[in-house]
Design a protein around this ligand. Structure first.
Ligand SMILES: NC(=O)c1ccc[n+]([C@@H]2O[C@H](COP(=O)([O-])OP(=O)(O)OC[C@H]3O[C@@H](n4cnc5c(N)ncnc54)[C@H](OP(=O)(O)O)[C@@H]3O)[C@@H](O)[C@H]2O)c1
Length: 256
């Protein structure tokens, strides 16, 4: 059943957003709260979570829990806390991730282990731990990246983990179908968040990124949040196993 236009799409729903204290996770938390959801945000930094909770206005419908998604024991503690506070989940946005961008010869084993741990192991075990709490008919959205659609010189490690994360959306769409749980991914382009500002630090490099975008601008976290909310909502009730590019045309089109 579809929600009437204009009505809050997430009233009474419970959403978990990993990496919810900053960037796209925070923008998604704000949108879902505005649309009536109860929202759980996680991240490793207590300070960032505290700031985000203040920013979001706190309240009964928000729970902030420090957890590292690459540690299954943290995820077990997180889901136990969600069960105590909100009983169940309707939506998971597996968004937490890190980026290390270097030429192939510069990567260390530590780089490899930390990026795989957050971006692949973290997504895998986030969904697995959320499963007992997820209601039948619920939805999962995984944050991938445009870089698994198109090669980027310094992106070998990052892009491969995002390819794995997007692949999970396809296979889990089938795996979780007996419970009517839909699983999709979003692939953001260049989005103005801390990750982008750290990876693309000079004004020249940011301008070069902007020029690669058909729409000739860097995206906002809110533009990704609205795509995530669509995929998580009943409006996407027949959308399953897809990867939705939210990239201003970086991956598929050549700037005029
Ligand atoms: N910005 C872009 O241009 C872009 C493009 C495509 C895809 N993405 C993807 O979008 C997602 C969100 O990133 P963002 O751009 O919004 O940047 P961001 O502000 O840096 O957000 C990343 C969030 O993930 C959390 N995080 C990282 N590792 C974690 C872990 N092991 N456990 C729990 N939380 C963890 C971080 O919090 P703590 O450090 O406190 O843990 C942070 O809140 C990422 O998966 C990223 O790869 C970004």
């Amino acid at each position: 059943m579809q929600t009437a236009p204009g009505a809050a799409r997430f009233t009474g729903k419970v959403a978990l957003i990993t990496g919810g204290a900053t960037g796209m996770g925070l923008a998604t938390a704000r949108l879902l709260l505005r649309e009536g959801a109860k929202v759980v945000i996680t991240g490793r930094s207590e300070d960032r979570l505290k700031r985000a909770a203040e920013d979001l206005g706190g309240g009964e419908r928000l729970l902030a829990v420090a957890a590292d998604v690459s540690r299954p024991a943290d995820l077990a503690r997180l889901t136990a806390e969600i069960r105590r506070r909100f009983d169940h989940l309707d939506t998971v946005f597996a968004n937490a991730g890190v980026g290390v961008f270097k030429r192939l010869e510069e990567f260390t084993e530590e780089d490899f282990d930390s990026v795989v741990a957050a971006n692949f192991k973290g997504v895998f075990f986030t969904v697995q731990h959320a499963l007992p709490l997820l209601r039948d008919g619920g939805s999962v959205v995984i944050n991938a990246s445009w870089t698994h659609h198109k090669g980027l010189a310094v992106g070998s490690l990052y892009a491969a983990t995002k390819a794995a994360a997007a692949n999970l959306a396809k296979t889990l769409a089938s795996d979780l179908a007996p419970r009517s749980i839909r699983v999709n991914s979003v692939s953001p382009g260049y989005i103005a968040t801390d990750m982008f500002r750290e990876a693309v630090s000079s004004a020249e490099a940011r301008e070069a990124s902007r020029q690669q975008v058909v729409l000739k601008r860097i995206g906002t976290p809110e533009e990704v949040a609205s795509a995530v909310a669509f995929l998580a909502s009943d409006a996407a009730s027949y959308v399953n196993g897809v990867d939705l590019l939210v990239d201003g045309g970086v991956a598929n089109s050549i700037p005029a």
